[in-house]
Ligand binder design. Structure first.
Ligand SMILES: Cc1ncc(COP(=O)(O)OP(=O)(O)O)c(N)n1
Ligand SMILES: Cc1nc(C(=O)O)sc1CCOP(=O)(O)O
Ligand SMILES: [Mg+2]
Length: 422
């Protein structure tokens, strides 16, 4: 809360002296409960000094109206016009929160970044426990930006968090006021069902990463779905469909069928290269390489909850993957491989260097199988979470047997990704 012109001026001066990586400004003037928290004298210093420094401002309906000299905001179109006018005051992004919009069954927020409008909707939750929702949303956006996520992703995650926490605490009774607080700590309380998607990606899923290959499955006379079924039965913990030669329609049909199989076993399914296929079948995510669609574009297209993996051979690429909003990186080729033509081998040393530079979990790939998986995992870096394997599973007569063997070996790994000594 910035209740006086003097305090805003000191804040701006301090921010000029000590710049921050991302500045989220919640121009608190009117609380959810209707209390006036800062008077009209604050408006000009907000507009002229603070907003031009902000990466995003997050006014609610009443605050947006006050900042625009009392203009009436009653429709989603009004929110869009307000977002544009507020953007002209200098912030890089504007989120106008339409939670109080009359005649709307949804809570509609408008995000504007100067180029695009994003209409973010969530079901309106009937509860008296809405105290602090605006502050929590702004804080959650700041936390997501600090983790390196892009603005659109950060806002979506924050909105989803507030919506989930509101729903979770809708019936809690605390105190006697007209409004109660909502409970931010739902995830610490083991509440997972309603916040599915906040934790869509679990790095331990990378342990045994099965990557399909249409040519190999054809050679051994089995369908992609049969191959995926066998890999999952053998213990694959995540599956990627890497169907380089498949026709789009066939790929989509196989992806839909594989998704059913994977989901019936709680295993995530990612699509290699093809964001369009991932979107069309609502897969759990994609894996992209350095010459595929950039990860930050994939993130914008897929939203914050899908899993995105990026191939990295250098520390710089690993850093960029993190900035771009990826969830994990694939690092290789650890060993030479016949599966990918002209692939550069980084060896165990290259893998270790990339792991140590990476803020994201890592899966090792390239020439890995039962004979060498132990050596790879024994490099002893905590964010190496598993191995991704093509030919050692799929260029074999029995996918089930080979996956079981590899799974048995990897299961001896402890949680750090280092193998227990037998
Ligand atoms: C887990 C994992 N890691 C790396 C790759 C390689 O991706 P890319 O560099 O895009 O090469 P292609 O697989 O598209 O040939 C991967 N697929 N999976
Ligand atoms: C798809 C892929 N990507 C690699 C990389 O280095 O990024 S190596 C590779 C092929 C891995 O196949 P196999 O397990 O048969 O060696
Ligand atoms: Mg690729």
């Amino acid at each position: 809360m910035l209740p006086s012109v003097g305090i805003v001026k000191i804040l701006c001066k301090t921010l000029r002296e000590f710049p921050v990586q991302a500045l989220v400004v919640d121009p608190v003037m009117v609380s959810t409960s209707g209390d006036v928290l800062a008077g009209p004298s604050i408006l000009s210093v907000f507009r002229e000094e603070l907003f031009p420094m902000a990466d995003i401002i997050t006014p609610n309906l009443k605050e947006a109206s006050a900042l625009l000299d009392g203009v009436q905001l009653e429709t989603v179109d009004d929110l869009r016009s307000a977002a544009r006018l507020l953007y002209d005051m200098g912030p890089k992004n504007v989120l106008v929160k339409g939670g109080d919009l009359p005649d709307s069954s949804d809570a509609v927020d408008i995000l504007f970044n100067g180029d695009n409008f994003y209409e973010l909707r969530s079901p309106r939750i009937k509860t008296r426990n809405t105290h602090g929702t605006g502050c929590s949303l702004a804080s959650c956006i700041a936390a997501e930006l600090a983790k390196g996520y892009l603005m659109v992703s950060a806002v979506k995650v924050a909105k989803r968090f507030v919506e989930t926490a509101l729903d979770y605490s809708k019936d809690i009774v605390i105190g006697n006021g007209l409004q109660g607080p909502f409970d931010h700590l739902l995830r610490l309380k083991g509440h997972s069902q309603d916040c599915h998607g906040l934790q869509a990606f679990n790095p331990s899923d990378l342990l045994l990463y099965a990557v399909t290959d249409s040519e190999m499955n054809k050679k051994w006379g089995r369908s992609i779905t049969d191959a995926v079924k066998a890999a999952i039965e053998g213990g694959a913990t995540i599956v990627q469909l890497r169907e380089k030669d498949a026709e789009t329609q066939d790929f989509l049909e196989s992806a839909k069928a594989c998704l059913k199989i994977c989901h019936s076993h709680g295993v995530p399914l990612l699509i290699n290269d093809r964001i369009d296929i991932a979107l069309a079948c609502d897969a759990d995510g994609v894996h992209v390489g350095q010459s595929d669609m950039p990860a930050h574009v994939a993130r914008t297209l897929l939203g914050p909850e899908k899993i995105i993996g990026v191939s990295c051979k250098t520390p710089e690429q690993a850093q960029q993957a993190w900035v771009d909003g990826a969830d994990y990186i694939g690092c290789g080729g650890v060993y030479p491989t016949n599966t990918k033509e002209n692939n550069i081998t980084v060896g165990l040393d290259g893998l270790k260097t990339v792991c140590m530079a990476s803020k994201l979990p890592v899966v090792a790939i390239g020439g890995i199988g039962v004979s060498n998986a132990r050596i790879v995992m024994e490099i002893g870096v905590p964010n190496l979470k598993g191995v991704a394997v093509v030919s050692a599973l799929f260029d074999r007569e029995c996918v089930l047997t080979e996956t079981r063997k590899l799974h048995a070996m990897l299961s001896e790994s402890n949680i750090d990704g280092t193998l227990k000594k037998l």
